[in-house]
Design a protein around this ligand. Structure first.
Ligand SMILES: *[C@@H]1O[C@H](CO)[C@@H](O)[C@H](O)[C@H]1NC(C)=O
Ligand SMILES: *[C@@H]1O[C@H](CO)[C@@H](O)[C@H](O)[C@H]1NC(C)=O
Ligand SMILES: *[C@@H]1O[C@H](CO)[C@@H](O)[C@H](O)[C@H]1NC(C)=O
Ligand SMILES: *[C@@H]1O[C@H](CO)[C@@H](O)[C@H](O)[C@H]1NC(C)=O
Ligand SMILES: *[C@@H]1O[C@H](CO)[C@@H](O)[C@H](O)[C@H]1NC(C)=O
Length: 606
């Protein structure tokens, strides 16, 4: 018999059978609701999961020193701070996010009380996450809840619950347990109108080359209708720059069985970047993520991302990550697991790597409100850890303007998920996390905000406005007519996007054929490619990489962006926000001017 009592708790968890050798048997801890959500819109109960259906439970232990990590992150990312560029090591970051030993012990004892052995636990390097695979019947006992199979109106299925409980003494030792209340539908932030209309005549193609008034660079008139690597090099003033510094790297994340096809990449290089022919990327599998090279399995999102990010940054060493998690989950055919937000699996993996790529783009996301806040905070804290280690993270801002990520205004949904069903703008996550750089979309020459779909943008309901964007965002808000969209957005929230890039009519190769596609799925890898070039500039001068970009781009490097002042981001039955002079929640600070930025990122520009 072993009886454990946890520091500070009034009750005890009984481990194994209590045999009654003490005068009074200890009282087991009362269970108390840890998290409860309103039944989510769009989902209905579909049935009961099979008792042997397995769930990979992910338990987040509190990170009591996270505020110290955050302070380090802001210091090493602030170009005016003497510690700028002094990024933290993997070990330093792990120490700063480690849970208190009391929390580890409390959770271990609770798990042991349910017969779960240490050998069944997988711990993150910092021990701040514990994952374990359990049958749903055991998860229900542990969490004092009942799981259901839920069906979405679009046919998706998940196994979730609307509430779960934990012994009272454990509440302070656990931040979050998922999958429980998470009803997100993680999806590619690409336009669902993937194939652009080849006969679209709305774009004028003059025979005169366009001369950019700021950079003086000549842009081919064909870039008005088809975006190629050369177009981006011209538009972003990076023609002729060949990176050469050792130690540089760039990465693309892939999910949902989106496979990056190497033959397509070669066709793309032959078409747009002949000097990159025969070069490829390193493939890394996360949690068993596959890598089909069958041309008919080529993923449009993965193809777009690797072709443009790696095409722009060649010959910087490139990595593509394929994270497992197969959509959609089908409850009736015994699919063994359904997943958490898979970018947290990717985070586990990348945080355990000694040298993650220095510039990484992700073109996937969720509606912020479908991710439980407790989970979003932890995922966002994971992105902060990468920033502190010197990694720049780009995320697509979404394709539904101020609405959800649905680019089709007819089907877009702009109602809260909290049981009130109130009309509200729907920000996207992870774009709304203050520790990432959110990339919106432009189109045409000269550039305007994209309008075939709409550049995702707005204000987080979870995250407060960070100091680095206080001035830019409050100026924007001050210029809004009083009462604009009152109640539809949180004016004190983290505002996004931070920047933008071309996002429509990108010419890529898919399954052997050239096609045109668009979305902020295109702008995010394009921007990441430019960031990789900027890292080359710093590395070649012996300087550390850029790391977390936002404190730099909102201050010292702000003048290195082409301000986009035309267009808006419709959604939710409104015209959304307007692109304006200076920062705006449509195109952020604007699109990159590499020629200018490569001076501004040096210690003494000019
Ligand atoms: C691009 O098309 C737009 C119309 O969509 C037109 O106003 C603009 O002049 C065109 N730019 C060039 C360089 O042809
Ligand atoms: C790529 O490989 C082919 C076949 O080996 C060769 O002919 C070609 O010159 C190579 N191209 C480049 C850019 O290295
Ligand atoms: C590639 O996939 C197609 C369609 O699924 C299949 O018919 C074909 O046999 C596969 N080719 C190879 C080499 O596996
Ligand atoms: C939410 O409100 C909208 C608009 O009033 C309505 O169309 C929709 O049916 C409501 N949904 C729920 C679940 O109440
Ligand atoms: C956007 O600009 C239009 C035209 O100037 C104006 O009518 C509208 O009120 C503006 N909307 C916002 C949200 O600023």
């Amino acid at each position: 018999m072993r009886i454990s009592s946890i520091t500070g708790s009034l009750c005890v968890i009984v481990v194994a059978l209590f045999t009654g050798s003490l005068a009074a048997p200890p009282k087991p801890c009362a269970s108390k609701v840890k998290e409860a959500v309103a039944p989510p819109r769009g989902w209905i109960k579909h049935g009961t999961p099979a008792p042997d259906h397995t769930i990979v439970l992910r338990i987040g232990l509190p990170q009591p020193d996270f505020h110290i990590l955050e302070k380090h992150l802001y210091e090493v990312s602030d170009p005016y701070h003497h510690r700028y560029g002094a990024h933290l090591s993997k070990e330093e970051v792990e120490t700063l996010v480690a849970p208190h030993q009391n929390s580890i012990d409390a959770v271990d004892e609770w798990l042991a009380s349910h017969g779960i052995k240490e050998s069944e636990l997988v711990r993150s390097p910092a021990k701040d996450w514990v994952t374990l695979k359990v049958p749903v019947s055991l998860a229900e006992k542990m969490l004092d809840t009942t799981y259901q199979v839920w069906e979405h109106t679009n046919g998706d299925h998940i196994v979730r619950t609307t509430s779960y409980s934990l012994p009272e003494n454990l509440h302070e030792h656990i931040d979050v347990i998922q999958p429980t209340t998470m009803f997100g539908q993680f999806k590619g932030s690409k336009s669902t109108i993937v194939w652009a209309d080849e006969n679209d005549v709305s774009a004028v193609q003059s025979s005169e080359p366009f001369v950019d008034p700021v950079s003086g660079v000549v842009v081919d008139p064909s870039c008005n209708t088809t975006i190629t690597i050369t177009c981006l090099q011209q538009l972003y003033n990076a023609i002729g720059f060949i990176p050469s510094a050792p130690g540089n790297s760039v990465g693309i994340t892939g999910y949902l069985e989106e496979f990056a096809n190497i033959q397509d990449l070669q066709s793309f290089y032959a078409d747009q970047r002949p000097d990159a022919l025969n070069s490829s990327f390193t493939f890394l599998s996360v949690k068993g993520g596959l890598n089909s090279q069958n041309l008919s399995d080529a993923g449009v999102e993965a193809g777009l991302d690797v072709q443009f990010a790696f095409g722009l940054s060649h010959p910087i060493p490139a990595t593509f990550y394929s994270t497992a998690g197969r959509p959609p989950f089908k409850p009736d055919i015994g699919t063994p697991t359904d997943t958490n937000e898979p970018y947290t699996d990717w985070l586990d993996f990348i945080l355990s790597q000694e040298k993650p790529p220095l510039s990484i783009s992700t073109s996937y996301g969720d509606d912020e409100q479908t991710v439980p806040k407790s989970f979003a905070l932890r995922a966002c804290a994971g992105f902060a850890q990468l920033g502190a280690r010197g990694v720049s993270l780009m995320f697509a801002s979404g394709d539904g303007g101020v609405g959800d990520n649905d680019p089709n205004p007819a089907t877009q949904q702009c109602f809260t998920n909290d049981g009130r069903n109130a009309t509200r703008f729907i920000p996207g996550f992870p774009a709304s996390c203050p520790f990432v750089t959110a990339v919106g979309g432009t189109t045409r020459v000269p550039e305007v905000a994209v309008s075939r779909f709409f550049s995702g943008g707005g204000f987080s309901d979870f995250f407060a406005r960070p100091a680095y964007q206080e001035q830019a965002v409050s100026s924007y808000l001050a210029a809004l007519p009083k009462g604009t969209y009152k109640g539809l957005f949180n004016p004190n929230g983290r505002a996004f996007p931070d920047v933008a890039a071309q996002s429509d009519r990108f010419r890529i190769f898919l399954s052997g054929r050239p096609i045109l596609i668009g979305g902020t799925s295109a702008s995010s890898p394009a921007f990441a490619g430019i960031v990789a070039l900027l890292n080359d500039v710093r590395l070649s001068k012996g300087l550390p990489p850029l790391g977390f970009l936002n404190p730099l781009i909102y201050s010292k490097a702000a003048s290195g962006f082409n301000d986009i002042t035309i267009g808006h981001n419709s959604g939710c039955g409104t015209t959304g926000f307007n692109a304006t002079q200076g920062w705006d929640p449509v195109t952020g600070l604007g699109t990159p001017n590499f020629g200018k930025l490569k001076e501004l990122i040096l210690p003494f520009p000019g």
